[in-house]
Design a protein around this ligand. Structure first.
Ligand code: PXP
Length: 250
């Protein structure tokens, strides 16, 4: 089966907020995350990912609801494990959520969710989501202990944090790929759908070919950056073509 691509459009909202944080509903407020989602889908996105953060630095709740209404592919809501976000997810009803760690100071999500030390609240959140018919992914570091714990907690999916892989040097990249491969293998063995995300770009995505059992990549920054030159639809199309070129050669 070919690899799926989830496109994270948070940065579109980041750009809008840079000018219109106080006037998000102004007719001048641009660019529009709904239009960006539709453009990404036109380019071949299999799902749209958004992260409503506690500090609302990019996506606003209203964006989430407008996107959910406008798109026909699954919506993946990244969310911190907080009562506020659980309430938003239950009302939004995305097809799936990805539970992530969240700290106010970070520029972007910096590490995986430590599901081993947060068993109880993560487990509670998973049950609440599943009861509402929402599938759950856990964004975790590629560590076997975390993968096994995700399965024990009953999540359907994991998203392996590829940030260290994305920042790897020629000296460290092989070790990072091996860590991802080992985690993906165990994830597959314990029955989880295994996704990957963070720091994947047009150059390094080919290296992930060495990691078996991946179902979906979640990519934001690199695609939105490429869109500055070629437009979002084309940027997504190019990434999909790259992914297809090597998944079909597997
Ligand atoms: N997956 C998760 C869980 C994330 O938090 C992010 C960043 O928002 C991404 C994927 C996308 O990462 P990037 O923007 O580096 O492609």
């Amino acid at each position: 089966m070919s690899l799926l691509l989830g496109v994270n459009v948070d940065h579109v909202a980041t750009l809008r907020q840079a000018r219109y944080a106080l006037l998000p509903d102004s007719p001048n407020a641009e660019p529009c995350p709904v239009q960006a989602s539709l453009d990404a889908i036109a380019g071949g996105a299999d799902s749209i990912t958004i992260h409503v953060r506690g500090d609302r630095r990019h996506m606003q709740e209203a964006d989430a609801f407008r996107i959910k209404d406008a798109i026909k592919v699954p919506l993946n809501l990244e969310m911190g494990v907080t009562a506020e976000m659980i309430a938003i997810a239950l009302s939004l009803q995305p097809e799936f959520v990805c539970l992530v760690p969240e700290t106010r100071e970070e520029v972007t999500t910096e590490g995986g969710l430590d599901v081993v030390s947060r068993r109880r609240d993560v487990g509670d959140c998973i049950r609440v989501m599943q009861k509402a018919g929402i599938r759950v992914s856990l964004f975790i570091d590629p560590e076997i202990e975390q993968v096994r714990c995700a399965a024990e907690l009953g999540a359907e999916m994991i998203e392996l944090h590829t940030g260290c892989f994305g920042n790897a040097t020629p000296a460290t990249v092989d070790a990072e790929i091996e860590r991802l491969a080992a985690a993906a293998r165990v994830g597959h063995e314990v029955g989880l759908q295994v996704n990957a995300g963070h720091g994947i770009n047009y150059l390094n995505c080919r290296l992930l070919e060495a990691v078996s059992y991946l179902t979906e990549y979640n990519i934001g920054h690199s695609i939105v950056a490429r869109a500055m030159r070629v437009g979002l639809e084309q940027a997504v199309r190019e990434m999909k073509a790259l992914m297809e070129s090597y998944s079909s050669s597997k």
